[in-house]
Design a protein around this ligand. Structure first.
Ligand code: PLP
Ligand code: TYF
Length: 396
């Protein structure tokens, strides 16, 4: 039975948490996992979530199963948040939402759908991308390829990106980070997106947007710009939306796969397949997180509280980015690390090498992913100078 089972390595990002916890140095700094932290180093439950949960305790009447696509009201409200209430695909009844356990569940469902219903199509991922993309799409049996995204100079490789997209075989699927690219923090400009759209349209590619950080880049509406552009222009789009970060619901596993099809009948065909695939994965999705999101989005007062909280998180991260570059100035490193202030979202590709990251950890108890990715959302404004000093001591 279990005697011959090989041991495999753990999650490269979540594994950092264990190493961090085991580190006895009181001056340790965790810039590993992408989880938002407030000024007290806590990952708080947003006030809007607490208020919604209190209401749910009183109003919830059953714990019976929700359907295979999840809660319909959640789906309707989430699609309006992502696509806007005025989206053409909503008016034409060709957009549908399938609730899933987190963005990860939605991505896995998308992977199963591609593997089973679009056989032979290759899925193109950015290089680099969130490492879990590779693992979960490979597990679903989807053939994978990469397109360039960040160059050797640690800058967005626009030319490499466009050239590679132009060569993708017609009909293939291309995964695009809607905003706040994980791991690099480099996002496309509006002009870049228009160019990507042109290539996707002319090559007849199917875009799959991973939308895990709505609200963390420029704002809730602004961050949906690319998704909405594609959704308004193309007949078919896939979007995985995660409520983990912007609602602070991480462990409640709340997300969805949104499908836009060419017409209502095609949408029903696709949705029948998604329900069947989801049945084999998790049967029906967890209800609590989606009920919280529904309660917040359906209530003007709660929604306002939540929007202000998301904006607060976004601004805090932006000011930490600025603060870190300022803290690096006395060390003559402001220019070298200026990109940290220009990147978007929770993460920054610092440009530090794996060897430098290992030194940061061994000599300063500062934890980054070996790729040089720092979770800016985990910084402490009081300790930016310490961090700058640590950076200065490991760079040449
Ligand atoms: N996609 C990206 C790029 C992410 O960084 C994350 C983060 O955790 C997810 C998807 C999925 O998040 P979750 O499954 O926690 O909703
Ligand atoms: O990239 C990150 O840090 C976040 C959190 O298996 C995360 O997306 C990391 C690894 C993982 C799940 C979530």
């Amino acid at each position: 039975h279990f005697g011959q089972i090989p041991r495999v390595p753990g999650d490269p990002i979540l594994g950092l948490l264990d190493a961090f916890r085991a580190d006895a140095n009181p001056a340790k700094l965790d810039l590993g996992v992408g989880v938002y932290k407030d000024a007290h180093g806590q990952t708080p439950i947003p006030r809007a979530v607490k208020l919604a949960e209190q209401r749910l305790v009183d109003s919830e009447k059953t714990k019976s199963y929700i359907g295979g696509h999840g809660d319909a009201q959640f789906g309707a409200l989430l699609m309006r948040l992502v696509l806007s209430p005025r989206a053409v695909a909503l008016a034409e009844d060709r957009a549908g939402c399938t609730q899933a356990p987190g963005g990860t569940g939605a991505l896995r469902l998308a992977g199963e759908f591609i593997a089973r219903c679009l056989p032979g199509r290759t899925l193109w991922l950015s290089d680099p991308t969130w490492p879990i993309h590779q693992t979960l799409f490979a597990a679903a049996g989807v053939p994978l390829q990469h397109y360039p995204y960040v160059g050797a100079d640690n800058r967005l490789d626009r030319d490499g990106l466009f050239a590679a997209l132009e060569r993708i075989p017609a009909g293939d699927v291309v995964l695009l980070h809607a905003c706040c690219h994980n791991p690099s923090g480099f996002d496309l400009s509006h002009d870049d997106w228009l160019r990507v759209l042109e290539i996707v349209r002319s090559r007849e590619l199917l875009p799959l947007f991973d939308f895990a950080y709505q609200g963390f880049g420029e704002g809730l509406e602004e961050d949906a710009w690319a998704v909405r552009l594609f959704a308004e222009t193309l007949p078919e789009v896939l979007i995985t939306s995660s409520c983990s970060k912007n609602f602070g619901l991480y462990r409640e596993r709340t997300g969805a796969l949104i499908v836009i099809a060419a017409g209502h009948e095609q949408l029903l065909d696709v949705r029948s397949q998604l329900a069947a695939l989801a049945r084999g994965l998790w049967s029906t999705p967890p209800a609590h997180g989606a009920a919280v999101v529904t309660t917040i989005l359906a209530d003007d007062a709660l929604r306002q509280i939540w929007q202000d909280e998301v904006e607060g998180m976004r601004q805090r991260i932006a000011s930490l980015r600025q603060g870190l570059v300022e803290a690096l100035t006395p060390y003559g490193l402001a220019e070298r690390f200026a990109h940290i202030a220009e990147q978007r979202g929770m993460f920054s590709y610092t440009g530090l090498t794996a060897a430098q990251v290992r030194r940061l950890r061994a000599e300063h108890s500062v934890y980054l992913v070996e790729s040089g990715r720092a979770s800016v959302a985990g910084l402490d404004a009081e300790r930016l100078d310490e961090l700058a000093r640590a950076f200065a001591s490991v760079v040449d």
